[in-house]
Design a protein around this ligand. Structure first.
Ligand SMILES: C[S@@+](CC[C@H](N)C(=O)[O-])C[C@H]1O[C@@H](n2cnc3c(N)ncnc32)[C@H](O)[C@@H]1O
Length: 283
């Protein structure tokens, strides 16, 4: 214990493989703190073709929002509490530094976030000499209403897409994106609804991303057989989308409860792909 009682001792548990499959592709959940796990991966010179990160948004600080028509407190968990702008930025810089190290030379990093976190992420990327390639706006056609009526209704999230450095050459499946977009260049505003009910049959996570967003990210910047890392796996959306698209994946999540949820979703995706019954995601 630290002599200074203002510091709380945090016990970091040793990371462990929570779950792993090898068919139809490799998909692994590591239960643990992503800083510890990424340090170990760096030591082993592991590289990834793509990293998707959906970090804490630092917005669980007593506000209110609307959920299923009811007023609820914004409290997604301790992991989402703000430490103040300076410490939040240090946190972001530290995990981003590790992501940069883990990217293959052609690899890219996608980070999703709201205004609470995205400016710090963008600034840290610049401080780390990464090159920001796009600022994609994910527009939600069905956002929850703004209860107090004092601001515009929040209906977007930002996806920052970056490569390792100014000089590195990144992968972009331009033609495929154009095809998906009816023969026209894909723009940087994507309209997708929040996750469908069918994506929540295995349990709930407060910030689950829709499979459609992850599928587009994966198709745009990886090829079949590539390997993807998600350091903040949550309910496992990245690994599920990776399985559906024939990519390998590793996800890190510190909460056992969410590892268990991710495991269920991954197992379901695995059996659907093996049976060949996965529904198309883009409708
Ligand atoms: C915004 S959520 C990710 C949601 C995910 N994209 C999904 O679709 O379900 C962030 C997740 O990161 C986890 N987390 C926060 N800090 C972490 C850390 N240091 N190491 C590993 N996981 C962490 C939280 O428990 C939470 O589940």
């Amino acid at each position: 214990m630290s002599e200074d009682s203002s510091f709380k001792e945090i016990k970091i548990k040793k990371p462990k493989t929570f779950f792993e499959i090898t068919k139809p592709v490799n998909s692994k959940i590591i239960e643990g703190d992503c800083f510890t796990v990424m340090d170990e991966m760096i030591k082993n010179e592991t590289k990834f073709d793509l990293i998707f990160a959906d970090p804490p948004y630092f917005l669980s600080n007593g506000g209110i929002t609307c959920h299923s028509g009811k007023m609820v407190k914004v409290d997604k968990g301790d992991w989402d509490a703000s430490q103040g702008p300076q410490l939040n930025h240090e946190f972001n810089t530290e995990w981003l530094k590790r992501c940069k190290e883990l990217l293959a030379d052609h690899g890219t990093l996608w980070v999703s976030g709201t205004m609470h976190v995205i400016y710090s992420i963008g600034f840290a990327m610049q401080q780390l000499d990464m090159k920001i390639l796009n600022n994609v706006t994910w527009q939600k056609p069905n956002p929850p209403p703004h209860l107090a009526g004092r601001y515009f209704t929040h209906s977007t999230e930002t996806l920052l897409w970056a490569r390792k450095s100014e000089k590195s050459k990144h992968k972009f499946n331009y033609q495929l994106m154009k095809e998906i977009n009816g023969g026209k260049q894909m723009k940087d505003v994507w309209t997708f609804t929040s996750p469908k009910k069918s994506e929540k049959t295995e349990g709930k996570h407060p910030t689950q991303k829709p499979l459609t967003v992850l599928e587009r990210i994966i198709l745009s910047s990886t090829d079949e057989g590539d390997t993807i890392l998600d350091p903040f796996l949550g309910s496992g959306t990245t690994n599920v989308a990776a399985i559906l698209k024939g990519r390998h994946s590793v996800g890190i999540e510190q909460e056992k409860e969410y590892c268990a949820l991710a495991k269920k979703r991954i197992s379901l995706a695995q059996s659907e792909v093996i049976k060949g019954i996965q529904q198309p995601l883009f409708n």
